[in-house]
Design a protein around this ligand. Structure first.
Ligand code: ARG
Ligand code: GLU
Length: 720
């Protein structure tokens, strides 16, 4: 006990002298008190760990929500009002849009609660509490246990813990591994199912700069949209109903319009998705030199085709805008990631680290016995793992990239049901599900574009993957058309059931025993089935075994790293659980002699203004507000701040996260990272890794001055 005390004191002293360690990190709310609060306060934070996370009283965590699985949002009023990114609400805004009601182009503002738009299927989850359950999950489990047995045992214990925690509460419990399975935490959350769209600026504001500026600083995107959580009269989650009432949260964020300047403390509280900070050099090599380049190549082609279609027709622009944003977002990030890893020499650095670690392992018999096989294990595993991973990811990228092939896949369940039975309840249900979901699909479907995608992707699949990894049906088609995929595409899309809504619906509605045969002759259904079979027979089983071996190596490699450097406090990789990052508002040097200031303003929007370029076409009303300098209380020194950067460690999923100042007030909404630092998922670089946030004042200015929806501000708490 005494010894650990001394060690901890020493560690603390070391931190405050060098404070080198926590220049990065996505930390666990429950452990802020233990590991971070001191440094946070040194950086300027004026509140306590209990103000961030507590189970005894209302605190910030009650106002941070996971928005529909992929993003974060925060509650900013006592009536369940949520703010998140425009790109997080994009699917919903897009789905409510048509040529008549083009909310993407014109924005949307509910002028009363009655006008708020429901979004079936969208959920919001709020963490009630979390707990370290490592003991329960791992007790009695030893390293020499067979890996599969171990996995089974852990999985069944996790199910038990989840069941016990949630039983009869209406809450959702989930146990997640941390530090590659060295630690486990339980999360218990409340899931709300009635979430309505309240407001969104036009894309010319909410997506200003589009894909051109995406991942780039300086940035001028007004990336926000607003929703509202509704609950039953008992304030508990309920399915959508007109009887539902606005949710009354335990806590909501006051909003400060005092602004930020360089050096100010900020903290980002949200749901980062996934990072890989502790992987070996082999992994970085796989991603940077094998996986990313192939995925980039195929998406470059997709984007080229979709861009051309979108530019040719306003309807196609609406139909494909959300899909295109998704495709190009990761595409661009991968490009930046490769450049960043190259510039930072990440592979060589990791190799050097591995050498030092090896020497340390080799210098002690006990360590040798526990860790001696790890690096050799990686060296043996990765060449095969790499091959299978590339085949799997690349094939999915192709198959899901062709829309008619991917919707063809969705008939497999129905067909399967028929092979066993005839008409029964399951069949009827599946039919109506298919017809319902096809509405959304065909609303945003353009056949000509899909035909082009088919021809191009099929061609690339054959060129990029080694022949032994090409599915048999593909090879047959390829030889039948002698490689002329354009002609093949035109022919197949005439025969298929999956490229026309009426054909599709009629087929599904009247589906009977003989349809099974008809279906099995559909060329796209055949193709999708064959891809599927090929992967599930030739790729996935091996991949599963390799991934399980990998997990075992990773878990022990993580442990070895932690024992090797006991002076360092480790943070766990992101895993879609609630986390905290903190740092300061800070500019950076993107290259020699160039310094990027940390705050952007409306001036920059006007500089970029160009009606000829879709991404830079500034709305007339915004130009006028600028000319009149009509910024109200939101401007500062005659300028209207728009975005700012800070050195908070964030990743995908942190979009929409509240950016909180030293007093716990909302000052921004996180939405992106800056180009030179996007490799931070594998290597955070304090010199250049920056998160990009929307200045909350710009959001309020747009709501109030631009949209005339200032009534929404009445329910917020504004700190002037
Ligand atoms: N790069 C940000 C993120 O990873 C924003 C993406 C949305 N914007 C866009 N232009 N596609 O999600
Ligand atoms: N835009 C990202 C998201 O959707 C956040 C940016 C990042 O990856 O850091 O979560």
């Amino acid at each position: 006990m005494k010894k650990t005390l001394i060690v901890t004191t020493l560690l603390l002293i070391q931190f405050s002298v060098f404070s080198k360690v926590p220049d990065e990190g996505i930390w666990i709310p429950l452990l802020i008190e233990k590991y971070n609060i001191k440094l946070m306060q040194e950086k300027g934070f004026r509140l306590s760990a209990e103000d961030i996370y507590s189970v005894n009283r209302a605190c910030m965590k009650d106002a941070v929500v996971n928005f529909d699985g992929g993003c974060t949002a925060e509650i900013i009023s006592g009536e369940g009002l949520l703010i998140t990114n425009h790109h997080c609400g994009y699917d919903q805004i897009q789905q409510h849009s048509s040529l008549e009601h083009d909310y993407l182009t014109n924005g949307f503002w509910a002028m009363s609660k009655q006008e708020e738009l429901p979004n079936p299927g969208v959920t919001v989850s709020i963490l009630k509490w979390m707990e370290d359950v490592t003991e329960q999950v791992l007790s009695g489990i030893t390293e020499d246990m067979d890996q599969r047995k171990r996995e089974e045992l852990i999985a069944s214990r996790i199910l038990d813990i989840q069941k016990k925690a949630a039983e009869g509460t209406g809450l959702r419990a989930s146990v997640r591994p941390f530090f590659m399975g060295n630690q486990y935490f339980l999360f218990v959350s409340e899931i709300f199912r009635d979430v309505r769209l309240v407001g969104a600026p036009p894309s010319a504001i909410g997506k200003f700069g589009g894909d051109t500026d995406n991942w780039i600083w300086p940035r001028h995107t007004g990336d926000f949209s607003m929703f509202r959580i509704y609950a039953g009269p008992d304030n508990k989650p309920a399915d959508y109903s007109t009887e539902n009432v606005p949710y009354k949260p335990a806590y909501y964020f006051p909003i400060s319009i005092k602004g930020v300047s360089e050096g100010d403390f900020t903290m980002v509280f949200g749901y980062p998705g996934s990072t890989s900070e502790y992987v070996p050099s082999y992994h970085v090599d796989m991603v940077k030199n094998y996986l990313d380049p192939k995925l980039i190549a195929i998406r470059t082609k997709k984007i080229e085709i979709i861009d051309e279609a979108m530019n040719s027709d306003p309807l196609i622009r609406i139909q494909y805008s959300a899909k295109k944003a998704g495709i190009s977002n990761s595409w661009k990030k991968w490009i930046g990631e490769i450049q960043g890893l190259e510039r930072m020499n990440t592979i060589a650095r990791k190799q050097e680290f591995e050498k030092r670690l090896s020497a340390w392992i080799e210098s002690d018999e006990g360590r040798k016995a526990r860790f001696g096989d790890i690096l050799a294990g990686y060296r043996d595993l990765y060449p095969r793992l790499r091959e299978y991973t590339v085949v799997n990811s690349f094939t999915n990228e192709v198959v899901y990239g062709i829309e008619a092939v991917s919707i063809a896949r969705s008939l497999r369940t129905l067909s399967g049901l028929y092979e066993k039975n005839t008409e029964n309840e399951a069949v009827i249900k599946e039919k109506s599900r298919l017809i319902e979901s096809s509405d959304g699909f065909f609303k945003d479907y353009n056949k000509e574009t899909d035909i082009k995608l088919f021809a191009a992707l099929m061609k690339m699949y054959g060129e990029i993957l080694d022949q032994k990894w090409q599915a048999p049906e593909y090879l047959r088609l390829k030889s039948s058309c002698k490689g002329s995929f354009d002609k093949l595409a035109a022919k197949l899309y005439k025969q298929t059931l999956f490229a026309d809504k009426s054909k599709y619906n009629a087929f599904v509605k009247n589906f009977n025993k003989s349809s099974v045969t008809r279906l099995s002759r559909d060329p796209l259904y055949l193709l999708s089935g064959d891809f599927n079979k090929f992967l599930s027979q030739k790729v996935l089983p091996e991949l599963a075994v390799m991934n399980s071996d990998l997990q075992r190596l990773n878990r022990r490699y993580m442990k070895a790293q932690m024992e090797f450097d006991t002076s360092r406090v480790f943070y766990p990789d992101a895993n879609s659980t609630l986390r905290i990052a903190f740092g300061k508002v800070k500019g950076y040097f993107p290259k020699d002699a160039v310094y990027f200031e940390p705050v952007s303003t409306l001036d920059g929007i006007i500089e970029k203004d160009n009606p000829e370029i879709y991404d830079y076409n500034v709305p007339q009303k915004l130009r006028e507000l600028y000319l009149r300098k009509d910024f109200g209380r939101y401007g500062q020194n005659g300028k209207m701040p728009v975005c700012f950067i800070a050195d908070n460690h964030t990743t995908g999923g942190n979009s929409g996260s509240p950016v909180i100042n030293a007093d716990g007030f909302l000052v921004g909404i996180n939405f992106d990272r800056a180009w030179e630092g996007v490799a931070s998922d594998m290597a955070f670089n304090p010199e250049q890794s920056r998160n990009i946030s929307l200045d909350i004042r710009y959001a309020l200015f747009i709501i109030d001055k631009f949209a005339g929806a200032g009534y929404l501000l009445k329910e917020m708490t504004i700190i002037e």
